[in-house]
Design a protein around this ligand. Structure first.
Ligand code: S3P
Length: 173
């Protein structure tokens, strides 16, 4: 199985984009972020896509983005928190990359996302409750898909990225 891409999975606010960016720079690889890719493609932000097309419409775009992003090798890819939900995406991620799960607590997510206005799933009365529910549903999937799981709490991004790089299989560094 080819593991030429490095794929970051995990919930909103786990640091996928930040950590992915650092890893890509250190390994001289191209970095791609699935949400940014979708926004560039459509010319509107994720919240607007949810407004117009609903979550299903967004998930279709997300699946297509993953296919496109993973059609190349040697990339570092930050996925959206819900990209692991569809079986077809799970299969593709597994086939096309080495998967790193950023395992984050709801407290840390809250400290990063408390005032977030960009994430449609958090525009609710009780964002903490929403994050807890999503994590309960998705954490088993993240764990199941992961080649490497790392706890992110109270750890500086640079240190965490360096730790991850140290744990990567030789053929990826
Ligand atoms: C989502 C996570 C977001 C974005 C969308 C839905 C989710 O990405 O794709 O708002 O379902 O968890 P991040 O994980 O980058 O915040």
């Amino acid at each position: 199985m080819s593991h030429r891409n490095i794929i970051l999975i995990g919930p909103m606010g786990s640091g996928k984009s930040t950590i992915g960016n650092i890893i890509a720079r250190r390994l001289h690889r191209e970095f791609q972020d699935s949400d940014q890719f979708i926004e560039k493609r459509t010319g509107v932000d994720i919240a607007r896509i949810f407004d117009i097309e609903g979550e299903q419409g967004f998930r279709d775009r997300e699946s297509n983005a993953l296919i496109e992003l993973l059609s190349q090798d040697n990339r570092v890819i930050a996925t959206g928190g819900g990209s692991v939900l569809r079986k077809e995406n799970q299969k593709l991620l597994k086939q096309r990359g080495y998967i790193i799960f950023l395992d984050t607590s709801v407290n840390q997510q809250m400290s990063r996302l408390a005032r977030d206005k960009k994430r449609p799933l958090l525009q609710t009365e009780n964002p903490r409750e929403r994050l807890e529910t999503l994590l309960q549903e998705r954490r088993p999937i993240y764990l199941d898909l992961a080649d490497l799981a790392v706890k992110t709490d109270k750890r500086a991004a640079r240190r965490l990225a360096a730790d991850i790089i140290n744990q990567l299989p030789d053929n990826l560094t």
